[in-house]
Design a protein around this ligand. Structure first.
Ligand code: F6R
Length: 237
């Protein structure tokens, strides 16, 4: 696990963008794994700038998101599809048919999870996967206690995660209770992973991830077993 310590949020986004750009430039048809949330927002803005400057092209990019909330339509402002469209896809030349998220409106959610897993497998291994981290150590929506062997699956969000997500909704009761997420084993098959940990709120958990043992109680701790992980953080560690 490589750790890149930067001074602030802006430099974190710049470093993440630099690694992202390398992957896009060095792969003919890069397969990406992408996160939503507040942490990667600035990175997506910088990527849009680089696209507009002609530095990078998304025409051959395939992208699988980590997760999606159950019950939200793609045009719901709190859905992750909506986030991806607003923060990145509407501004670059990705093909809509090349960008994937689990379908949170699927009638049969189990089947949807299996299909998403199959889609990733058939496309090939993810070349470059961007992760944020939850205050409880979750990656994707793999909450503490999730098996390290898990594949794409349905999760019940913890109360903490729902409270953190409540900012996108009028009231806490509107926050979805379930999500579909890539599993930990799926995440671990990516060839390269970057974990972005930004701000004091994440300091405690990042210390545990970096200095503690590997345990299912802290999903991100599994990353110690991955051969190519870079943690980019503005937290003193
Ligand atoms: C989002 C995701 C989550 C977030 C994490 C951190 O697709 O998979 O694991 O990365 O909850 O969220 P922020 O960046 O909002 O602190």
């Amino acid at each position: 696990m490589r750790i890149i310590k930067v001074q602030n949020k802006e430099l974190l986004a710049k470093k993440a963008t630099e690694l992202f750009v390398n992957v896009i430039k060095n792969n003919e048809s890069p397969i990406l794994g992408l996160a939503t949330g507040s942490t990667p927002e600035r990175m997506y803005e910088l990527l849009i700038e680089k696209y507009k400057n002609g530095e990078i092209c998304f025409a051959n990019v395939l992208a699988f998101n980590l997760d999606e909330c159950v019950g939200l339509a793609p045009n719901h402002p709190a859905s992750y599809r909506y986030y991806m469209q607003q923060k990145l896809y509407n501004h670059v030349n990705t093909e809509k048919t090349n960008t994937f998220l689990p379908n949170g409106l699927a009638i049969d959610l189990e089947q949807e999870c299996n299909m998403y897993e199959q889609q990733i497998k058939q496309t090939g291994n993810i070349d470059f996967l961007v992760l944020g981290i939850g205050e409880n150590g979750h990656i994707g929506f793999n909450e503490p206690g999730t098996s390290f062997n898990s594949r794409t699956h349905i999760v019940t969000m913890t109360e903490n995660t729902r409270e953190v997500n409540a900012r996108f909704f009028e009231k806490i009761d509107d926050v979805p209770t379930k999500a579909l997420t890539m599993g930990i084993a799926t995440i671990m098959e990516a060839k390269e992973i970057i974990l972005l940990a930004q701000g004091e709120r994440k300091a405690d958990i990042l210390h545990k991830v970096i200095h503690g043992g590997i345990t299912e109680d802290i999903p991100a701790s599994i990353l110690h077993k991955h051969p190519n992980v870079t943690v980019i953080t503005d937290i003193a560690i």
